[in-house]
Design a protein around this ligand. Structure first.
Ligand code: BGC
Length: 767
């Protein structure tokens, strides 16, 4: 679980939300220039954006209402120092101080980022990050920040994502200042940025008015293992901290940007690989970069799977067709969160904040005036669950800053991508809280307990039946029901079974391959946590080509004593199909125990057996102690206690493998009820029940049995501990999933609303 003081926050950056006004005294920065040059999507700019400099009061109030407790935001360097150095813009100081006070008034802890990409244009004109003077410039800016805000704020981050502003800004040129520089120059820029970070740490501490805590917020796609094998984990780690990128894309690197800051040296592998491009790196430089730091930040959005190849070397694994993506086309990879956090913690041994994580979606205002963003909720749920697991497995995770609160100016993509949990109508500046924000609120309030991982998953549990071969069995389970099973003596399909003589496995989904008996033990919540030591029911389809033996079952008390603790067997049948003039055996004609014993011992079967006519759709309840037998030609769905105890009274003198099957005459006489229950009490027709309804056919202490005849649509609430269903005819959609004849499945506890549409016949049961 997350720590009690976990910082549940949102993140933003100054340029992406602030906007400006003519009187604010803000200096020009490289993104102003970049947008003026028309290098952003549809010529858009951020002169208004979310108009945050005028609307922060309302926005912080909204954060409070949504229970957000921490806010990572950035200061605009050129707003504070319009020329980058020198004269301070007092209006900016006043603005940011008021913002911080307002945050605090709303119960929000401020986390300040010094640099989130809007480099002052005046300093860009003097060479920008390539000029080594930037170390002094950034140091001066840090001093001004410490002097003016450290009395109000305890937490600071120096740089946001140097990988991006070095690479996208100076190598590929898709971000401001839009340069495509020599590789060598970009190494100089990176080295300068790291030194500037060190200088900022020194000055923040030196000029701070109280004890402050400082971190750093790099990023990178995460190499995560394709499987949990030791080899794949090692391979992924090797790539994550290694140097696998081509040189013209070298800046996407973890170790190069983090080892110097956290460990005090550039990684050896990189020093070797990049030697021809490196600037002069001195001992003093490394000391400057390696300032004591309180925590690491990391922005993680996604990653890529890696495995160990045959030669032990890492191999990149391609994503499956149709893999989940964000609106920005970034892959959805919660595994990256788990493994990234673990790998970073193991290497750097520092407390960690996720300084950014989130998802862009094509959000839209619905007719109800709200913004429904289920994809974002799912994304956040999976990522936060992964984070929680990484934390449980040893990483020291202190906080999470969701990117981002408001939809905003997404750099070169302009307003084309929406990352917010609050929708912004850029024409009117109206804010609409998206569903994801309400969801996040619940997660915060429960300190993570509301995450999916902490809730019982309730998927439909489809089962792989087990089949038995019997002397009286036929082929209809294959020919009518389509089960793939060989032989012409297939007697029984154990559609829902968790018995030692036949234990079904789960067919698909998160529990795929698990035995039903195992699931019953491991996930009792799926079955309503009922206090029974084994799965209580057994559902079979029986195809009797020939007559079954005349038999009887014991009750619980008898079975417990005489059958090794087994359940007794109460059962019932629903006749799926039978010929005209079909019959079966139910009950007997003996009036006393003595007569019963005589009839059996003397083989007076004609007198003894009570055979009755039956029709398709009949429902027959068979209490323990009831003599019964299924006759040839019948196809039956049987719902019974989870037991396999049968006492054979008479087997028509048949031979199986040349020998008569075992009879259990004395035990039968022990358990047979005398006199037998009347026929009327045992049999009723269930051929026609009310359509589109869960109709109860029978209820006893062991089970309730229902029939559904679906013709069109129906819905109901699954409110039983669990509900077993066997489809006997037709097909339909159950909450979007196709079910068809021959399917057996369980709707677990808490499954909720069941919507069915189609045409089918189901026998359902529960306890
Ligand atoms: C940046 C943000 C950006 C987000 C989404 C991060 O790399 O720090 O400024 O909006 O990604 O692209």
């Amino acid at each position: 679980m997350f720590r009690q003081d976990f910082a549940w926050g949102v993140a933003s950056s100054a340029y992406q939300i602030e906007g400006r006004d003519k009187e604010d005294g803000c200096g020009k920065n490289i993104w102003d220039t970049f947008t003026e040059e028309g290098r952003v999507y549809e010529n858009q700019n951020a002169y208004v954006s979310c108009d945050e400099i005028h609307r922060y009061k309302e926005d912080f109030a909204l954060m409070r209402l949504l229970g957000i407790r921490a806010y990572r935001f950035s200061l605009s360097w050129a707003r504070i120092l319009p020329e980058g150095t020198g004269k301070v813009n007092e209006k900016a100081i006043a603005l940011y101080r008021d913002m911080i006070l307002e945050m605090k008034k709303n119960g929000i802890t401020p986390y300040i980022t010094l640099y989130h990409w809007e480099f002052p244009q005046a300093l860009q004109d003097r060479g920008g990050w390539l000029n080594e003077d930037v170390i002094g410039w950034f140091g001066e800016y840090a001093k001004v920040v410490a002097e003016n805000f450290s009395d109000l704020c305890e937490y600071f981050f120096t740089l946001n994502e140097p990988q991006c502003f070095v690479g996208l800004g100076h190598l590929s040129g898709v971000h401001a200042p839009g340069k495509k520089m020599e590789i060598k120059e970009t190494f100089q820029i990176a080295h300068n940025a790291l030194r500037a970070h060190g200088q900022a740490v020194i000055n923040l501490r030196k000029y701070a008015k109280q004890e402050i805590k400082i971190g750093y917020a790099p990023t990178c796609g995460v190499a995560y293992p394709a499987t949990d094998s030791k080899e794949d984990i090692e391979a992924a780690k090797k790539v994550y901290f290694g140097f696998y990128n081509p040189i013209d894309n070298w800046t996407w690197n973890v170790a190069w940007f983090s080892d110097p800051v956290f460990l005090g040296s550039y990684p050896k592998e990189g020093l070797e690989k990049y030697k021809e491009y490196l600037p002069k790196i001195t001992k003093e430089d490394m000391e400057l970069i390696h300032q004591p730091i309180d925590f690491m930040g990391q922005n993680i959005y996604n990653g890529y799977p890696v495995r160990a190849g045959a030669d032990g070397e890492p191999e990149f694994v391609s994503r499956e067709p149709g893999f989940a993506k964000t609106a920005a086309n970034w892959p959805v990879t919660p595994g990256a969160f788990y493994w990234g956090v673990r790998f970073l913690s193991e290497r750097y041994h520092l407390p960690l904040y996720i300084t950014e994580n989130g998802m862009s979606c094509h959000d839209n205002v619905s007719r109800d005036g709200r913004v429904h963003d289920p994809n974002r909720i799912q994304f956040l749920d999976e990522y936060l669950s992964a984070l929680c697991r990484a934390n449980d497995d040893g990483a020291d995770v202190r906080g999470y800053f969701l990117w981002t609160f408001l939809d905003n100016f997404e750099w070169d993509k302009g307003y084309n991508e929406r990352f917010g949990i609050v929708y912004v109508d850029f024409a009117t500046q109206k804010r609409i809280v998206k569903d994801s924000a309400y969801w996040y609120q619940k997660v915060i309030e429960s300190n993570g307990k509301e995450l999916g991982m902490n809730k019982q998953e309730t998927p439909i549990l489809f089962l792989n039946p087990v089949f038995t071969h019997n002397i009286w069995g036929g082929t209809r389970l294959r020919t009518d029901f389509g089960y793939e099973v060989e032989g012409d003596d297939i007697g029984e399909c154990w559609g829902v079974a968790a018995h030692q003589n036949g234990d079904d496995t789960i067919r698909e989904g998160i529990y795929a391959g698990k035995k039903l008996s195992q699931l019953w033990k491991e996930e009792p919540g799926l079955f309503g946590n009922v206090d029974i030591d084994r799965f209580p029911l057994l559902i079979k389809i029986i195809d009797a080509k020939d007559d079954l033996s005349i038999q009887v079952h014991p009750n619980d008390e008898y079975a417990k004593v005489n059958e090794n603790g087994s359940f007794g067997k109460t059962e019932c049948w629903y006749i799926i199909d039978c010929p005209e003039n079909a019959s079966l055996v139910i009950g007997h004609n003996a009036k006393t125990k003595e007569e019963l014993s005589d009839m059996i011992h003397q083989g007076r079967w004609k007198e003894f057996i009570r055979e009755i006519p039956v029709k398709k759709g009949d429902f027959i309840q068979i209490d323990p102690g009831t003599v019964h037998a299924i006759k040839g030609g019948l196809m039956i769905l049987e719902t019974q206690q989870n037991s396999d105890i049968t006492y054979r009274v008479y087997d028509y003198d048949r031979l199986s493998n040349g020998k008569p099957r075992e009879l259990h005459v004395e035990k039968s006489i022990d358990v047979i009820t005398v006199p037998a229950k009347s026929v009327e009490d045992s049999v009723k027709s269930a051929a026609h029940v009310e359509k589109n309804k869960l109709n109860e056919l029978y209820s006893c202490q062991y089970y309730k049995v229902f029939k559904i005849e679906l013709d069109g649509k129906m819905e109901f609430e699954q409110e039983y501990p669990f509900l077993i269903m066997s489809v006997l005819e037709g097909d339909a959609l159950l909450n979007g999933q196709r079910i068809k004849k021959g399917d057996h499945f369980i709707l677990p506890n808490g499954y909720g609303k069941v919507e069915l549409q189609g045409n089918l016949e189901i026998i359902a049961s529960t306890i």
